[in-house]
Design a protein. Structure first.
Lengths: 125, 125, 125, 125
DNA sequence: GTGGTCTAGACCACG
DNA sequence: GTGGTCTAGACCACG
């Protein structure tokens, strides 16, 4: 895995796992790779993966079964969506409105977004 | 000033100064408060303010006149707009599209933004 | 069975067995379920149950008859009471006094306990 | 500091700090020793103290001021009392009632506790 | 100076 | 096999 120097590795691994869950590649109740396996695969230290896992456990996304490893928590996917929605509504959206105002951005500038939204609304019709 | 622990303080102070310029509270050619004053006012270390100023100087937003302090550069406001537009189109917008897709956000979720955009489009008619 | 992550599973199983004995559901001389059976029933590893059993054997609560399994030792119930009394007087009570002092707990806070004690004293009159 | 092998070092250091706060030796707003200082004083690794501090920060007992170290959070003492009371009412007290019942303990057995409670009630009159 | 992250490596308990 | 803790030591950003 390629890491971005601006973010901590343990955070990036966590985001990767959350992405896997959101994309349905890891499902509730499923066992995630062991700390050792993932550390080897990602070429990082075991302690780093450890930090990722305990972090995701604190967030209610992973669960630890003694001696057996970590498992995707029930409803982990909706937990992740909730966390990300909260970030969206509390941080991203207000910032965006502010930016639009400040830079006098037009609907034209948001075309890629508006098209994506239409696509989603059509799917859900 | 209230700082957010997730972003560097020197960056946050920089954003505050850029906001002042965009809002016309600081105008081109005007002297900005000294490192000493600003550090005291914001209750931060002088080194931090120093870092903010050299950073804004690198971006062409402030200018340093030896022995006289820092001044708002000519056209600082349009420089700021350019920088922020670049960030908007290269980072914020693509990220937003990705988020909308992932969280299956609807036009409804973007209501505050869409209203702001309408307001802007009306102003510019 | 529901396990508490803060205590070792083999200890928790041991406490469960001791409770069974104290409550008369398992009596002296009676055969306890086999390691295999108990492990399956509790959905734990056989090694864990094994550890519980050898631990209870060390405490004089279970006995092992070669090829026949584990049996409740004679006087196991009074052995358990002795062990638990010792823990009570040496650990729980002093800790409790310390907690009461530190948290400034009142008689009111101990109501459930005091009522239980009265009930016991009445029974033994 | 003498460490007990049954508990993790980082937990024991945390309890020591909480005790200091409860006893008024560290007060709200006060700076606690730096990670480096405490690690040296307690003859443990910096990472261990680090873990203690981030742990106490998660609990709302310490706060981190960038580049300046950790400080006792406002109301840290009542936060600690709340945490410890919760443990008392949810775990210690029910266990105690159960023990009293099982071992047929009398008021006599709880004498040290009852005396402590009287002392506290007298103080608060 | 401050704390945070990461590594290599050891050791431990539990299963 | 599993994860958790701890150490020694390096490096980094921030103040």
């Amino acid at each position: 895995m390629e890491f971005n120097d601006n973010k901590n590795i343990f955070i990036q691994i966590g985001e990767w796992i959350m992405d896997q869950i959101i994309q349905g590649k890891l499902i509730a109740g499923e066992r995630v790779p062991s700390v050792r396996e993932l550390a080897e695969e990602m070429v990082v230290n075991r302690n780093t993966v450890n930090k990722t896992f305990t972090n995701l456990q604190d967030l209610g996304i992973l669960e630890n079964r003694r001696g057996m490893g970590y498992f995707v928590a029930p409803n982990a996917d909706s937990t992740i969506r909730d966390i990300r929605k909260q970030i969206f509504f509390n941080e991203q959206l207000p910032q965006l409105v502010e930016t639009a105002k400040q830079l006098q951005l037009s609907q034209e500038d948001f075309k890629p977004l508006l098209e994506q939204l239409k696509r989603i609304d059509n799917e859900n019709e």
